[in-house]
Design a protein around this ligand. Structure first.
Ligand code: AMP
Length: 201
């Protein structure tokens, strides 16, 4: 086990539960969650310039331009709390963003330690998103937007897993089960890599 900073990425189709599991894993490791979706939604809610730029893109389920998204992430990762490690949720989401993140991290002599993939079937994702739409009424949880987001996941996001797979840092975890079961699976996979809670946390 090590006590150095732990740098994680959680990936999964919309509705896979990556947001919920990301928070739990970050808590376990004592690191902040960096969720681009949350940053964008907060900016939309506050009516900032960034929020105004991205609102219609998010509502349509499309991707915010890579340069803008990567700049948001670089700013966030430059904050002091991210020195103890971090868990990225929802970024990178395509190959261009992987390149941006690689450049940023290597300029700091850093790299991702593990990429957790939550495996959930398309049918299960759709069923969960419909449930969330009924509960939370998110503008991007309509049938049309759900379909757009899932196909972007399949065409743009899934390929990043090949890149990270070649680096030997991908842990695929079954995303079906109780919240606790899934969290335990993820933690077991990360422990098997020798990753442990940061001493600084
Ligand atoms: P999420 O909560 O991760 O599903 O993100 C919600 C929305 O924010 C997405 O559908 C995109 O419109 C936008 N978004 C979040 N992360 C990214 C990203 N890495 N690149 C581009 N757009 C993103």
């Amino acid at each position: 086990m090590t006590s150095r900073p732990v740098r994680l990425l959680i990936v999964g189709p919309q509705g896979s539960g990556k947001g919920t599991q990301g928070i739990r894993i970050a808590e376990t490791f004592g690191i902040p969650v960096v969720s681009t979706g949350d940053v964008f939604r907060a900016n939309v809610a506050q009516g900032t310039d960034l929020g105004q730029q991205v609102k219609s893109i998010i509502d349509a389920g499309q991707l915010v331009p890579d340069e803008l998204t990567s700049a948001v992430v670089r700013d966030r990762l430059a904050q002091p709390d991210a020195a103890a490690g971090f868990l990225l949720d929802g970024y990178p989401r395509n190959l261009a963003q992987v390149r941006h993140l690689d450049e940023f991290l290597s300029s700091r002599d850093e790299a991702l330690d593990a990429v957790v993939v939550l495996a959930v079937s398309r049918e299960e994702s759709i069923a969960r998103l419909h449930k969330r739409a009924a509960e939370q009424g998110r503008a991007d949880d309509t049938d049309e937007v759900i379909a757009a987001r899932l196909s972007i996941y399949e065409t743009e996001t899934a390929p990043i897993l090949e890149v990270y797979g070649e680096r030997g840092i991908v842990d695929e975890v079954d995303g079906v089960g109780s919240l606790d079961e899934i969290t335990d699976r993820i933690i077991a996979a990360l422990h098997a890599r020798g990753l442990a809670r940061s001493a600084a946390a």
